[in-house]
Design a protein around this ligand. Structure first.
Ligand code: ADP
Ligand code: MG
Length: 240
């Protein structure tokens, strides 16, 4: 059920020059692939193409042998800024993609409640987004993304606007929920330490291309391999 995603000779851009040129990259089924790069290097652009929100100028993105040409519930997105519907409650926001998929009300309700509890928001089901802190809103986004059991989760600097302590809590929560899902994850960040905490592999973007793809040994085990990690960190920072 996990999804592999392949970028083939992908060129992306908006107006004049391309933002990314001739990208060949395969996201392995079930891995956490983290994309890092300086601001403006094309991280969001690449994620948008994988989501089906941006048509390639050249080349293609393929999932399960089929070219991605539109968004799909199979590929859930989580954004940095709060993409929740302000007039819907926590429950209403989490249930929305399930409703779009045509799930029965009872099933929607049960799965939404399970995920709201999973992200630590039990008891807050009837609150509106404006009544929540930034960290709580990102928890709702995470619950909404995962409730529909997507085959891939695409995350664009989801914790970028949070204070350090809240961010660390969200990283721990994400690691926790990812242990129970088979979803393939593409995670964008400009934070190298966040990348090394989460990734199986780190892709460094720069100068309109993929600069390098780095394997992370012992992913998601911060207690081990601290020396390795320092080396990787230095390597990534050099590429950036
Ligand atoms: P990153 O996410 O790495 O900060 P982006 O992918 O957002 O970078 O942007 C890459 C480049 O594309 C930047 O030069 C940016 O100005 C440009 N860009 C991004 N979105 C648009 C858009 N909607 N229209 C035109 N140019 C854009
Ligand atoms: Mg961006």
């Amino acid at each position: 059920m996990t999804l592999g995603i392949t970028m083939e000779s992908l060129t992306l851009g908006y107006g004049r020059g391309p933002v990314l040129r001739d990208v060949d990259l395969a996201v392995r089924p079930g891995e956490v692939l983290v994309i890092v790069g300086a601001s403006g290097s094309g991280k969001s652009t690449l994620l948008r193409a994988i989501a089906g929100l941006l048509r390639p100028r050249d080349g293609r993105v393929v999932a399960d042998g089929a070219e991605i040409t539109a968004t799909s519930g199979e590929r859930a997105m989580v954004f940095q800024d709060d993409a929740l519907l302000p007039w819907r409650t926590v429950r209403g926001n989490v249930e929305l993609p399930l409703r779009i998929r045509g799930w029965s009300k009872a099933r929607r309700r049960a799965v939404a409640e399970e995920w709201i509890a999973r992200v630590g928001l039990a008891g807050h089901e009837d609150r509106l987004p404006r009544e929540l802190s930034g960290g709580m809103r990102q928890r709702v986004q995470l619950a909404r993304a995962l409730a529909g059991a997507p085959r891939a989760v695409l995350m664009d600097e989801p914790f970028g606007a949070l204070d350090a302590q809240t961010r660390a809590g969200m990283q721990a929560l994400l690691l926790d929920v990812l242990r129970d899902t088979q979803a393939t994850v593409v995670f964008v960040t400009h934070d190298v330490d966040e990348a090394l905490l989460l990734a199986d592999r780190v892709v460094v973007l720069g100068h309109g291309a993929v600069r390098s793809v780095i394997d992370v040994p012992c992913p998601r085990a911060p207690a081990t391999g601290a020396a390795d990690r320092a080396g990787l960190r230095a390597q990534i920072l050099k590429e950036l």
